[in-house]
Design a binder for this molecule. Sequence first.
Ligand SMILES: [Zn+2]
Length: 193
Amino acid sequence: MTVTTDITQPIGEFRTDFDLLRQCPRCQRQALPLGYPGALSRADNKTEVCSPCGQVEGLADAWLELGDWNQWNDRPQQALAAYGEVASLLQGAGLGDLLHEWLGQPVELPANGAFWQPRPGQGATEPVVVQASYDVSAAGRASNVDVKAVASEHAAKAGKVRRSLGQTRFRPSLVDGEPQASARLSRQYEVLD
Ligand SMILES: [Zn+2]
């Protein structure tokens, strides 16, 4: 049997300088200037975005932090007001994707990585990973918390994570400015100590 590969090249193909300009991945409107990254996205500190998006993201990020701080300190009214500012800033700038990332699902607070999602391929030892499922109320409290260790020899760690989840505060998901209850979230966590 003979296998042939078609390596025909398209002819008449050329690039203009404009083709080389990358579009801002956030707004899909502004072109990113060549050689100048514009700004780094607050979402991951990696993605290069245009300057206007960077400014809106920076402002929205400050409101998000203020909202989280109020949520953590049992001031739901102030928290909601701040989250509302996040939503209107990002919506107004056409940054619905980022809004969904930040307020589309409950987030464990403080949102500083205290709850680690497992990252594969780190270190030589097998990470202790637990599988948790729970409900989060509109007020940001977890209930019906169920935690199981992924490997049975780590079963003792599950109780610790269950207690932590029961005590933590969540940034709730927001729809049209209203906090939503979320049922049966399923997340994995890596236990670090
Ligand atoms: Zn942009």
